[in-house]
Design a protein around this ligand. Structure first.
Ligand code: GLY
Ligand code: MN
Ligand code: MN
Length: 460
């Protein structure tokens, strides 16, 4: 945990921003994988962690803004529990470390909220994302699950986004710790990957490093020779010489701050000439977007810049014809770069995504796109000092998508489909770094990680 003052100050600011009513935070529960007591790794809700720091299951918190009350609802361990868990720090002592002195038994929350409702107090809550959240909102506030997301408090969402988006120095230090572990994982990836190994063998070894550092992975590792499959988690292929291996892996610290890096390497010792050429197209797009990252720049414009660089490269290879900028204006890039350039990162790898991408990544004036490609850009708004974002362009040759566009002869004034045919099985390349926006520019977080062709081949 950070010091108690951090949490007290955050709640004070939140109360000022929300102004009135009761704020209800639903902490997360343990979740059974295949029966109740065989649980997934516990993950606390990130906003709960941000305001209360308590990494313990089955807690809820209420902030009564007008009456300036802050209450944690949760139970101390019974002797029956201690038989299985061993003794633990009492909840009241833990809560005191977050500056909370008022701890009530979990059974008391239902009556507390009922009373607030009868007094016609506004009850603010966040959009639910777990089954247990829906059930609690139904039981305590009589909100039907189908209506819960819509009834979530927009003023609370906006207040939280306006705080969590700006990372403090102590948060950036924690994020950098996560990035450094992620760098170590990627160095291991570059050192141990050999033709004949399975994707799982390598991914398993990297995951153990994240756990060994005292935290965990910040999302399921993507480790694949089919880099064009954006979020593949099957990892059941044998890696072969001549193929590219893409690894998108990040650690989260014990305090749950995240890292998120991607590197693409030759499975054998060297890139082929074509792989090297294509890799350098993505590298140029990534480095150009990072170089342009500074306060005031729309992340949406960085996405356009990276997309233009990708198409300039593909023009040199002969896949694209015409003016690359004009081609981007026609969304030609979405055939090769179907996702977004990046996202906010913090306590969640896609930070605050559960609060809604429109609220986190856009503004009242700047709406998120709805068309193919643009709808996957999670962040569009102007960058500000303290934002931590990923920059992760890629080239993805998805045979089914190529076939679809080719059959429609789509945008054929820009696409040389005959040439593209020879790239059907090229697979995919992504390069991803984590960046903090500073007062006058940006800084790439973490230890330097091999990225150029020469640096990667030196490690192979
Ligand atoms: N690791 C998922 C992403 O890069 O967004
Ligand atoms: Mn990633
Ligand atoms: Mn990412």
């Amino acid at each position: 945990m950070f010091s108690k003052e951090t949490y007290i100050q955050r709640r004070k600011e939140l109360k000022q921003k929300v102004g009135k009513g009761l704020i209800l935070f639903l902490g997360n529960e343990e979740t059974g994988m295949n029966y109740r007591d065989n649980v997934y790794t516990f993950r606390q809700d990130s906003s709960f962690l941000y305001y209360f720091g308590l990494d313990v299951a089955s807690l809820h918190a209420v902030i009564d803004v007008e009456n300036d009350q802050e209450i944690i609802f949760g139970d101390e361990l019974t002797i029956d529990d201690i038989v299985w868990t061993g003794p633990k720090e009492p909840l009241s002592e833990k809560a005191a470390k977050a500056g909370i002195v008022n701890v009530k038994p979990s059974g008391a929350i239902s009556r507390f909220l009922k009373n607030a409702k009868s007094l016609a107090q506004t009850i603010h809550f966040l959009p639910p994302y777990r089954g247990e959240h829906y059930l609690k909102l139904q039981e305590w506030l009589q909100i039907a699950p189908a209506a819960a997301a819509e009834l979530a408090s927009v003023s609370l969402i906006k207040a939280i986004v306006s705080m969590r988006s700006y990372k403090s120095a102590e948060e950036i230090a924690e994020i950098e710790k996560a990035v450094n572990t992620s760098v170590d994982m990627h160095l291991e990836f570059m050192r141990i990957t050999l033709p004949g190994m399975t994707e799982k063998q390598v991914a398993g070894q990297l995951q153990s490093m994240a756990i060994g550092q005292g935290g965990d992975i910040s999302y399921p590792i993507i480790l694949t020779v089919n880099g064009e499959i954006l979020h593949t988690h099957t990892r059941d292929l044998i890696m072969r010489d001549g193929q590219l291996s893409l690894c998108d892996a990040g650690a989260e610290t014990a305090m749950h701050y995240c890292g998120d890096l991607t590197r693409t390497i030759p499975t054998g010792k060297k890139f082929t000439t074509l792989q090297k050429e294509m890799y350098e197209i993505v590298l140029n797009a990534e480095e150009s977007a990072i170089a342009a990252a500074k306060p005031g720049v729309l992340f949406k414009d960085l996405h356009t810049l990276a997309s233009t660089k990708l198409l300039e490269g593909l023009k040199a290879v002969g896949i694209i014809k015409g003016d690359p900028a004009e081609a981007v204006a026609h969304d030609v890039h979405t055939l090769f770069f179907q996702c977004g350039l990046g996202h906010m990162m913090g306590l969640d790898v896609h930070d605050m995504e559960n609060l809604g991408e429109q609220y986190v990544g856009y503004t009242d004036e700047l709406k998120k796109g709805t068309s193919f490609g643009w709808k996957s850009l999670r962040l569009g708004r102007a960058l500000e000092p303290g934002f931590v974002v990923t920059v992760e362009p890629g080239l993805y040759f998805i045979p089914t998508l190529i076939d679809r566009w080719k059959a429609e002869n789509k945008l054929s004034q820009f696409i040389n489909y005959n040439k593209l045919e020879s790239f059907r099985d090229f697979t995919g390349i992504r390069i991803e770094d984590d960046v903090v926006i500073t007062e006058d520019g940006h800084r790439i977080l973490g230890k330097k990680l091999a990225k150029s062709v020469a640096e990667i081949e030196a490690l192979r």
